[in-house]
Design a protein around this ligand. Structure first.
Ligand SMILES: *Cc1c(COP(=O)(O)O)cnc(C)c1O
Length: 355
């Protein structure tokens, strides 16, 4: 199906205001957004227009009942300045899984990818070329029907915004294994990229930060011992030469970086097992000296290397270096910038010229 997307260009681009050597995180947006409305059971009027505030009725249902979901992905450029997307079809499919859980309509996957492509083509001057930088893309959907009452909304908006992001030079992070608050329980919304999941994580994360940690390591809701994930990242451990990562059980986010890291690790000859992992098992591995690496994986930061994990009044020392994590991160970045062959067929090329 060919979608026709109406384009209204901004009269002047703000890209010349951006200092590409010093990009503020999450506060700069490009000139345009993609936007589409849902009414009478249909997505209508897909368009790209200048980014601007949107008038919202105070009774817009997303504000009261939380039907709001999002995605996150990046556009990069190859050595010739040609823009590319990383596995955007996976984000399109995941948005619809989130929509299912939250009683929201599907957004056509082909239109999701086409909207991204046309927006990125229009904004290609905003893609920071430096290694590890990218144009962060934020597709999201929310209920904008004005209505007081509990049911699925009948009006929604789907929008894609773009925000340039500099290279992430993260220090090694410290995690707090949380035994009081939970993120997700079986039957809950943990597998959906739903706005409310993040609202519920804010307070526990603030408390962990006050204790000197960077992020919360979420544990299962019943026994507080099975490891789920971290903030907006999935987690991997290297124990005695092999990798383990929590298996998908409906409570963790099905990360696209996670699935890509599994493929890259296996391609490099490592065993990767997806299974239930307890925090005690990690403590024991550390005590035996066989906990070799741990890292978080997600679109925003790529791979975040873990230094230590606080559990109750103990500290699990992980490692001071993550050689395999670094190697995998470099491989992913090299694929995203066309420096090595895209042997997994992950990259989606974008024509610079709009037709
Ligand atoms: C987005 C997200 C991830 C990472 O997913 P990617 O597709 O790799 O970016 C992991 N956990 C949570 C809770 C997330 O919101």
């Amino acid at each position: 199906m060919k979608h026709s997307i109406t384009i209204t260009r901004a009269s002047q681009s703000k890209v010349s205001d951006l200092d590409f050597n010093n990009i503020p995180l999450g506060t700069t947006f490009t000139d345009h957004m993609f936007i589409c409305d849902y009414e009478n059971g249909q997505w209508i009027n897909p368009r790209i227009e200048p980014l601007k505030p949107i008038a919202t009725h105070p009774a817009a249902m997303a504000l009261h009942y939380g039907q709001a979901i999002f995605e996150g992905m990046k556009a990069t450029v190859d050595g010739n300045g040609n823009p590319m997307l990383f596995r955007a079809n996976k984000n399109a499919a995941r948005l619809n899984k989130s929509a299912d859980r939250m009683g929201m309509p599907h957004f056509p996957e082909a239109l999701f990818v086409e909207g991204l492509k046309q927006l990125v083509a229009l904004e290609h001057n905003w893609i920071p070329p430096k290694d590890g930088s990218a144009l962060y893309l934020r597709p999201f959907m929310y209920a904008d029907e004005p209505f007081i009452g509990m049911r699925a909304a009948t009006h929604y908006k789907f929008i894609i915004m773009a925000s340039p992001a500099g290279p992430f030079f993260g220090k090694r992070i410290k995690l707090w294994a949380e035994k009081q608050y939970i993120r997700a329980a079986h039957g809950g919304t943990g597998e959906a990229k739903a706005a409310g999941n993040y609202a519920a994580a804010i307070r526990p994360t603030e408390l962990a930060k006050a204790k000197g940690y960077d992020q919360v390591l979420w544990l299962d809701a019943v026994e507080h011992k099975y490891i789920q994930e971290v903030g907006t990242m999935n987690i991997f451990f290297k124990i005695d030469g092999a990798f383990v990562t929590p298996k998908r059980d409906g409570s963790i986010l099905d990360g696209i970086t996670r699935m890509s890291v599994i493929d890259v690790l296996r391609d490099k000859g490592y065993d990767v097992v997806e299974r239930a992992i307890t925090i005690d098992e990690i403590k024991e591995a550390a005590n035996k000296g066989i906990l070799e690496e741990a890292f978080g994986t997600g679109t925003a930061v790529g791979i975040a290397y873990i230094q230590e994990i606080g559990v109750a009044n103990e500290t699990i020392q992980v490692s001071n270096e993550s050689p395999v994590g670094v190697e995998v991160n470099n491989t992913l970045n090299a694929i995203k910038t066309g420096k090595i062959e895209d042997k997994f067929n992950w990259m989606i090329k974008i024509e610079n010229q709009l037709v």
